[in-house]
Design a binder for this molecule. Structure first.
Ligand SMILES: Nc1nc2c(ncn2[C@@H]2O[C@H](COP(=O)(O)OP(=O)(O)OP(=O)(O)O)[C@@H](O)[C@H]2O)c(=O)[nH]1
Length: 663
């Protein structure tokens, strides 16, 4: 055990000053009198946490930082290496992407949720406590990035040595830059055959004004130079500016829900200290709680005696309700109120879709699964909704289509729920002209997030659609095709800049609905995967919109009703009908697949009748085999949805909607 001896002992004053300087002092106790003043771990409080007991961290030796990058540039791999070389996790083959804890993250190989880990590191004889937050790269999850940055004083900006600066590199750089964080540029994958770190350094200098000599060249995969990154973190990133002697001020920057322990809030302490038994108050809800547990993430939860100003850790305080751990909330000690921290702008949903239980008896189960999952993913908005065909359900708002798919996958994997999802739509607006409707809504400008509520042209003076400013980074040989694609999507060019002799950055103003579903896929396929894309909100513009329905034998398919631009109606209607024809299995009768605007049919496909005789193979009629096949057919039917008398596989709709990829 580490024993700290102080020659000649300490005065009472000096002792209290030491107390405020050593964040983990809860783990040490004075031995003997003040005069002899030997300190050693306090076993009862810290059982099993020897590492924490042995080290003490004044604010000056804490660094809080995030790793940010474009998708796949190696954030999670770098995080793994940092954890490994500091001995935070064991070095084995199994420790891949340890911070990507969710099943969906491991399956898809992407980070969806930011994760933190505390690292202990000795640099030149000084012990440091480094708190690392791994963040997602995909544009849909940039909200996670900006939230994580609020708990940090610096970032490692990872850029792939082969791909160079990509659209999300630019977006993430500006998030960090605007938050005035220290930025350490790191060029990763220098082991690749085509790596060209020099070129990437020049790009970084040109676009971000960071001198080339500040870049660190590494291979996260092989571990080359990773130690240098840690040294840079210590040298370049300032320690948090706060004081343990101040009243408690803790920012809730993330939260997760545990079935057994309730809400686990990730907190960053901007002042004071917190320990088990403290009575705390939420600035947002004004509710009072008693702290049950505090600790740090290494990367699994590890309880500590206390958390101190400057640290990042977790807190469990008997919060059971989903709404209690508001992200961005400030926690303070009971009867010691503080000025709340600025918090976060709430996430702005870009895509809305209806969600319904496959079977209405599952409504309550789905409701509680949704409540729990939205606690882990507070960027999803939920409104109750109902439909004649699909029953009671919800209208959910997502940050993008990938976010929607991931959310759906998590519902299935983590809560065993299968649901019906309707076609995604963006939040349109309408300026009403009908006095009756204005009275009904209580306002003239309404937001439409459900095609079922689309007001008729006669009662509207203007429709508005949301737009985004998109950034595309591409090798120059694809420019022609990309410009044609953007024009096809009704986009207006705003800027074009060569970031070096081979790469171009384009800026376009897009109608959001043109990019939401499949723009990224289309861009990838026509640039052989080399172009990247990112976007930010850019307000509303007037648009000529209509509502289009898809009918199966005259019955509307509610999942596929969409609001689209008039110019696109015929082409989209025809395309949806063709795709649906491929996605629906032939049935005993003929099926008419039609696209309609109001009563007017604008496209039609016909699916010929066919009978699948599942028992045809059972010549001779072995009864058990026959029963087995019929049972299998019945199971298959559960995955179907009935529209009128037509059976449609439930996953057909999402396949139909991803229209562009193989057009
Ligand atoms: N050759 C080579 N491959 C690397 C290196 N670092 C990461 N990779 C590979 O690049 C791919 C992406 O790495 P990740 O660490 O998952 O990337 P990420 O940035 O965390 O990705 P997201 O979380 O989806 O944003 C993986 O296949 C890694 O094995 C490197 O230094 N060299």
């Amino acid at each position: 055990a580490a024993v700290l001896r102080v020659e000649g002992g300490l005065s009472r004053q000096a002792m209290s000053s030491w107390r405020s300087r050593f964040p983990l002092r809860g783990c040490v106790r004075p031995l003997g009198s003040r005069r002899t003043c030997r300190w050693e771990p306090r076993p009862a409080a810290c059982k099993g946490h020897e590492k924490l007991d042995m080290l003490m961290y004044p604010v000056e030796s804490i660094r809080n930082f995030s790793i940010i990058a474009h998708v796949d540039h190696g954030k999670s791999t770098l995080a793994d290496r940092l954890l490994e070389i500091t001995g935070t996790i064991a070095k084995t083959d199994r420790n891949k992407q340890v911070l990507d804890k969710l099943q969906v993250e491991r399956e898809r190989g992407i980070t969806v949720k930011a994760q933190s880990a505390s690292i202990f590191y000795n640099h030149e004889g000084v012990n440091y406590l480094l708190n690392l937050i791994d963040t997602p790269g995909h544009v849909d999850f940039s909200y996670e990035v900006s939230r994580s940055l609020s708990a940090c004083q610096g970032v490692i900006l990872v850029v792939d040595a082969n791909e160079g600066i990509q659209a999300q590199t630019v977006a993430n750089f500006y998030l960090a830059f605007e938050a005035q964080l220290a930025i350490i540029p790191v060029i990763n994958k220098i082991d690749l055959k085509n790596a060209d770190p020099e070129r990437v350094e020049k790009q970084i200098e040109k676009l971000f004004d960071i001198p080339t000599e500040e870049c660190v060249r590494i291979s996260a995969k092989q571990g080359t130079n990773v130690e240098k990154v840690l040294q840079k973190v210590i040298e370049k990133i300032p320690p948090p500016q706060c004081n343990t002697a101040d009243p408690l001020k803790a920012l809730v920057f993330d939260s997760t829900f545990d079935h057994y322990r309730g809400v686990i809030a990730n907190i960053a302490l901007f002042g004071g200290e917190i320990e088990k038994g403290h009575k705390i108050v939420s600035a947002h809800t004004k509710k009072r709680y008693e702290v049950n547990e505090v600790g740090i993430l290494t990367p699994n939860e590890q309880p500590t005696h206390k958390l101190y100003a400057g640290q990042v850790g977790y807190l469990i305080a008997g919060m059971k309700e989903v709404t209690e751990a508001q992200i961005g909330d400030t926690l303070f000690l009971y009867k010691q109120p503080v000025e709340p921290l600025p918090g976060f702008k709430s996430a702005k949903p870009m895509v809305f879709a209806g969600m319904y239980p496959v079977d209405q008896t599952e409504y309550n189960n789905l409701k509680s699964a949704l409540e729990r999952l939205t606690l882990n993913d507070s960027s999803v908005t939920v409104h109750r909704d109902s439909s004649l065909a699909l029953g009671a359900g919800w209208r959910l708002g997502f940050l993008g289509l990938l976010h929607m798919e991931v959310f759906n996958q998590r519902l299935e994997q983590e809560y065993n729920m299968s649901v019906i999802l309707t076609a995604p739509t963006v939040p349109y607006k309408a300026i009403l002209s009908s006095a009756k409707l204005i009275k009904e809504y209580g306002k003239a400008e309404i937001t439409i997030i459900n095609p079922a509520q689309f007001p008729d042209k006669l009662s509207v003076s203007e429709y508005l659609e949301p737009t985004v400013l998109g950034t595309i980074v591409t090798p120059h040989e694809y420019i022609g095709k990309i410009i044609a694609l953007c024009q096809d999507r009704r986009a207006v060019q705003k800027d074009m800049l060569y970031i070096d002799e081979r790469r171009v950055m384009l800026k376009y103003l897009f109608p959001l609905n043109e990019i939401v579903v499949d723009f990224y896929d289309a861009l990838k396929s026509l640039s052989s995967g080399y172009a990247s894309f990112d976007y930010e909100d850019a307000g509303y513009q007037a648009a000529d919109l209509i509502k289009m329905d898809i009918l199966l034998n005259g019955n509307p398919v509610e999942e596929l009703s969409t609001i689209i631009h008039n110019d696109k109606a015929y082409a989209t209607g025809k395309f949806l009908c063709e795709r649906l024809k491929d996605a629906i299995p032939r049935q005993l009768f003929e099926i008419a697949i039609q696209a309609a605007i109001g009563k007017k049919i604008i496209a039609r496909e016909t699916l010929k009748a066919y009978r699948k005789n599942v028992v045809a193979k059972c010549y001779g009629g072995d009864i058990t085999r026959r029963m087995k096949l019929l049972k299998r057919q019945a199971e298959g039917k559960k995955l179907m949805r009935k529209i009128g008398n037509v059976e449609v596989p439930r996953d057909a709709f999402i396949r139909v909607l991803k229209r562009q990829t193989d057009k």
